[in-house]
Ligand binder design. Sequence first.
Ligand code: ARG
Length: 589
Amino acid sequence: MQQFGSLLSEEAGRAFAAAGYDPSLGKVQVSARPDLCEYQCNGAMAGAKQYHKAPAVIAGEVAAFLEKSGAFSEVTVVNPGFINLCVDEEFLKNYLSEMAGTERFGAAGAKNPKTVVLDYGGPNVAKPLHVGHLRSAVIGEAIKRIIRFHGDKVIGDIHMGDWGLQMGLVITELRHRYPELPYFDDAFEGEYPKEAPVTVSELEEIYPFASAKSKEDADYYAEAMENTHLLQEGKRGYRALWEHIINASVTDMKRNYDHLDVSFDLWNGESTVNDIIPEMVRGMRESGIAYESDGALVVDVAKPEDAKEIPPCMILKSDGAALYTTTDLATIVDREKRFSPDEIIYVTDKRQELHFKQVFRAAEKCGLVKPGTKLCHIGFGTMNGRDGKPFKTREGGVMRLETLIKDINDEMRRKIQTNPDITEKEADAIASQVALAALKYGDLSNQASKDYVFDIDRFTSFEGNTGPYILYTMVRIKSILARYRAQEGKDPASLDIRPARSTAEKNLMRSIAGFSQVMDNAYEDLAPHRICAYIYELSNDFNSFYHETRILSEEDSDRKEGWIALLCLTLDILETCIGILGFSAPEKM
Ligand code: ARG
């Protein structure tokens, strides 16, 4: 199905051609002056130069054909040569009926589906998930669903931080606390225990403790470095201990991501590629592209056109240790080999922009990806508190993700009134469902690259541009449909939309018609905020229609059926959109 806007443009293009002008002048767009008209075409203005004619003359000639096209109910030429348009009600209705019966409501599917690896989440083992990981998970999940909706194949990889110094620090501290454990006994040859020697909460206490200690105590730091090295070399006891730590951490992460309705196809981490690093490095060295500089191995990635200097990408430190860049490069090699993706997309804090620029350029220069593979970094801004500074706990510490989710749940629970139709238990479930929408919509409705203020009061409000407002609108539609079903005993999905008879009804219909264009734009730009903006507008249009229309008490059953069909489609579209954003609506609230 064609986008509604391009269908209108095609009609206008035909009118231009019929009047003897270039059909590409017939671009129709949504009116900048909705008080005057619904759509406008400024092609006559552009054509004036080309044809050395007054724009009003061209517009007049074209308008004569537009009036006959059947797509427009009103065509007005306005000085100096604008063409103002209102769409024909029957034409609009036909478009919506076709949408209702078409897969993806007519949004274009991928002609040649791509394979995309999406790297998001990025939590670190043994460290609690904090709000910084929230954005990557929420934005990444929405982007994954946008790409999937389009029809491409997406492999979502969590890419855990499960390697490197952080693991060495935890092992070092465990060794200090529990030296008697078999993992630290070099003579031990038996089987290690099945049970982990530590709990997740202990791990979460250990990591910051060890990290702080390593900064004050040089010997401790050296020990942690050495232990990191031993782990990476494959020391048996350390590997066994490391596996316990990973398992405990992963169980905890899965629980957290489940709450967020975020899921991954791959649970790989930095450690996954440890064994392929030596070969990759050898290749980079042999090609001469990687070279020694002050003992370290580096690749020059600067380009003459760079406005800011891009420092060389470091592959190995002078002590031979691998870095964050090294594991990211090796992960590219691994992904290339396993999936041969057309595109790899990373969703992280935008402060990692330079890192990814270096990694991408080094990967391309060293031929780690086939030519044409797109490497793309989506950097998001910081989530701030109401004071405009990065979001912290009241005590000024890093806010744990769990705490944040609990706070928003509690606030939502306060706002969901229990009434005779809703039991306490139902209210709890509804509150967490709506809270998730509040949290995700609060994040996704901002352009990802921008910082935003996390404001519980605003996010949980039922009014304004919020998740709960969207859900409230949907619940309203659901309840009307349920009452209609009970009243008439008819399935709303079997009814047909009728041509609009009021402005509010027509506005709602025009909003719906814009769906496929929004989805295509959201896919092109990997921009969930476009979908948020769309459903906010759609909800507003629905509510305006709802407030001036007495739907269920309408006596004319033909009209009533048309409205019910329209409500059905509105709900389906909203349902699809919030599903892509990664949340859902309750039956009542
Ligand atoms: N673990 C990293 C962090 O917490 C994020 C990982 C992002 N993905 C990647 N391939 N580098 O900052």
